[in-house]
Design a protein around this ligand. Structure first.
Ligand code: 3H9
Length: 678
């Protein structure tokens, strides 16, 4: 090794036990110097006859949380993880892993290379590689089933969720639970107790096949895993462990790992891992800006959005006062919240005490003055500028000086709303996505005058309630909905030229979206933004609305629905489309799936480029995060801008030009310079 390794692994001698301590903040990832350090420690153990056992533990908040993902892009050096783990496993003296925090991925794999494991009760153990489009490629798929059985190993590897220390103990993954605060000493005592017993290499443990468990996982997750390679590769490796000798199983795992690692899905999923974390960082704001305290929330509007937003705060123990103009609306809103919590409880994901705890934090009122002591007030009434301005005018007189005033608008101009107050610096947009208690995305809309501490506080609040927040600038529809518009326009044009709603939707679903543009329209309501005059029919959409075809809620929209909301193509809709197409004078023709992609997805990329050029999004990866978490863009395609980089800007420009569609200057520049958005 030519480069001097940073000292991220140190050793201590405790009589006959060597303790190796990894200290590589923030998460003790297995960077090359950590791998080298562990290998050196194992060698130190062998060199000295007075040493009889070794403990591997970590400093800081967590045990090793995995391979150093940043190295995947920059290239590896130093010993590879497999040789480190093999050295641990083949040690003739027992090696013990002492676990606190999270032992994840390559981290868990080091514990499988150890002969015994001791963990604090709060520890979590898992192999989340599947979430990065990978598999535990340092023997995890071969050793884990030998310790915990095929069923649990297959579930952990293909799903990626960690298990508790208690469950790990029950399953044989952890041999002993330590005291919560005495892991260091308990691990040494445990190691000493294992000296006489000697090493127990995981690779030598018996394994029994369980094809039923693997098949059951495939069946149960067929929908969730649609389009993803990694869950299936994980299962194939665990299955291989049951029929191949250990070393051959390792070769199989290696080949599968490399296939995933070299593919675009994992690149996309790793991109999103970092993109999600980057999104919380606000350009141009001091890191240490003092946050405003947010202890009490006011929400105006008890409809679907208001109620969903309230649940986010109630679930985190924050009191909410909800305002409506009529008692019945309040009662309905409260009843819906209770029903939602109770259905969560019925699924075993909440206790009845937790339901009552959350409901106990909810108060209601018919008068805005009840919000006088709130730290954060979120307006969630329907989309009408005049109504919103009226509310903000009143709030200006009622709210305390330090209160943050937010609108949940999905399109409207935050600066115009802020202009009616005497404190535009306290105003911003908090655009939740429906259902607001479920969807992870929050667009935090920064007005021209929004104060830095208001923005930073909003981002911190978002994190507290478990949202992935992205900063957006003021423009019609912000990031997500603004990009939806050109897609919708072209989807409608395609109908007029011969495509059907079901064909366009199918192309989008096959691309990996949860639903296509027309299915989405039917779900959200075809009448959203409609002028509400049945006599005024200027578009296909107007014609549908004039007949009350508002979507799923009325049993008919772009599709017909049965009483279980199953869709079927609609002859009536086709007749309306045909009528408009005839009027347009354009001949009908066969539209290829490729053209649908070029005309509905490329314009989204184009709009994304405009958003970036205008500074309405901070970075291309933020646009990707919006589409992954707000609209279900397939994570294995990394978001629209990442996907554009994979397609190549030149191909996208050519596609847009072929169909006479707009090409934004930034996109053109990327095409000409072979540049990338991410
Ligand atoms: C693997 O192990 C492959 C092997 O099987 C095979 C090898 C052959 N590497 O999430 P946070 C950074 S694949 C590099 O905000 P938290 C993160 O970017 C790996 N960096 O903290 C952030 O940086 P910044 C399998 C990493 O407390 C900072 O650490 N393991 C890594 O909310 C703090 O992160 C995983 O997939 C990493 N592995 O959550 C685990 N992990 O401050 C991935 C984190 O600059 N990690 N960073 O923005 C996690 O799930 C969470 O980070 C964890 C902590 C739960 C550990």
């Amino acid at each position: 090794m030519t480069e001097t390794a940073p000292q991220t692994v140190t050793t201590e001698r405790h009589d006959d036990v060597l303790v190796a301590i990894v200290d590589n903040p923030p998460v003790n990832a297995l960077s090359w110097h950590v791998r080298e350090g562990i290998l050196n420690a194992v060698e130190e153990l062998q060199r000295d006859d007075s040493l009889k056992a070794m403990v591997l533990r970590c400093a800081g908040a967590t045990y090793i949380a995995g391979a150093d993902i940043t190295e995947f892009a920059t290239g590896m050096k130093g010993p590879d993880l497999n040789s480190v783990i093999n050295a641990m496993e083949s040690s003739p003296k027992p090696v013990i892993a002492a676990i606190h925090g999270t032992a994840l991925g390559g981290g868990l794999e080091t514990t499988l290379g150890a002969h015994y494991r001791i963990a604090v009760p709060s520890a979590k153990l898992g192999v989340p590689e599947v979430k990065l489009g990978l598999l535990p490629g340092a023997g995890g798929t071969q050793r884990l089933p030998r310790l915990v059985g095929v069923a649990l190993a297959a579930e952990m590897a293909s799903g990626g969720a960690p298990i508790s220390a208690a469950k790990a103990k029950e399953a044989g993954l952890v041999d002993e639970l330590a005291g919560e605060t005495s892991l260091a000493e308990d691990a040494i005592a445990f190691a000493r107790a294992k000296i006489a017993k000697g090493p127990r290499p995981t690779r030598d443990l018996p394994i029994a096949p369980d094809a039923d468990a693997i098949n059951a996982l495939k069946t149960a997750n067929a929908r969730k895993w649609r389009g993803f390679d990694a869950p299936y590769a994980n299962l194939a490796c665990v299955e291989a462990a049951t029929r191949l000798p250990f070393d051959e199983g390792m070769t199989f795992e290696r080949a599968e790992f490399m296939k995933l690692m070299m593919g675009t899905q994992s690149a996309a999923q790793r991109h999103i891992f970092f993109a999600e974390r980057k999104a919380s960082k606000i350009d141009g704001i001091a890191k240490d800006v003092a946050l405003r305290p947010v202890a009490k929330i006011g929400i105006i509007g008890a409809g679907t959005m208001g109620g969903g937003i309230a649940m986010n705060f109630l679930s985190k123990g924050l009191p909410v006062t909800m305002i409506e103009t009529a008692q019945e609306a309040l009662d309905r809103g409260v009843a819906t919240i209770r029903k939602n919590y109770e259905s969560t409880a019925a699924k075993g994901r909440m206790t009845s005490e937790q339901v009552e705890g959350a409901m106990g934090l909810l108060s209601t009122a018919l008068d805005l003055t009840e919000l006088a002591d709130c730290d954060l007030i979120i307006e969630a009434v329907y989309e009408n500028m005049e109504v919103k301005k009226e509310i903000f005018t009143k709030l200006d007189a009622i709210a305390k000086d330090s209160a943050i005033l937010a609108s949940n608008t999905s399109y409207l101009d935050i600066d115009e709303i802020a202009s009616v107050t005497s404190c535009p610096e306290n105003v911003l947009g908090l655009h939740f996505f429906s259902p607001a208690n479920v969807m992870k995305l929050l667009e935090v809309v920064r007005g021209a005058k929004t104060a830095d501490d208001v923005l930073a506080t909003a981002m911190a609040v978002a994190k507290k309630i478990g949202k992935v927040a992205v900063v957006a600038g003021v423009c019609h529809g912000f990031i997500g909905n603004r990009m939806l518009t050109p897609r919708q326009v072209e989807a409608m044009n395609l109908l007029m030229e011969g495509a059907t709603p079901q064909q366009i939707d199918k192309v989008h679903v096959e691309f990996g979206m949860p639903m296509g543009p027309f299915q989405m329209s039917d779900l959200a309501g075809v009448d959203i933004g409609w002028h509400r005059d049945p006599a005024r029919i200027e578009s296909i959409r107007d014609a549908l609305c004039a007949e009350g075809r508002f979507g799923q809620k009325t049993g008919a929209g772009f599709y017909d629905y049965d009483d279980k909301r199953n869709p079927s193509p609609s002859a009536r809709v086709q007749a309306i489309i045909d009528e408009f197409a005839a009027k347009s004078g354009k001949p009908k023709r066969d539209i290829s799936d490729e053209e649908i992609i070029e005309r509905t997805l490329y314009p989204m990329v184009n709009e994304g480029a405009k958003i970036l050029a205008e500074g309405k999004a901070q970075r291309a990866s933020d646009v990707d995060v919006v589409w992954i978490y707000g609209y279900g863009w397939p994570v294995y395609r990394g978001g629209p801008m990442f996907w554009a980089d994979l397609e190549g800007a030149d191909k996208i420009v050519a596609g847009l030009e072929k169909h006479g569609l707009e090409v934004a200057p930034l996109l053109k520049e990327k095409a000409e310079t072979k540049g990338r958005f991410n």
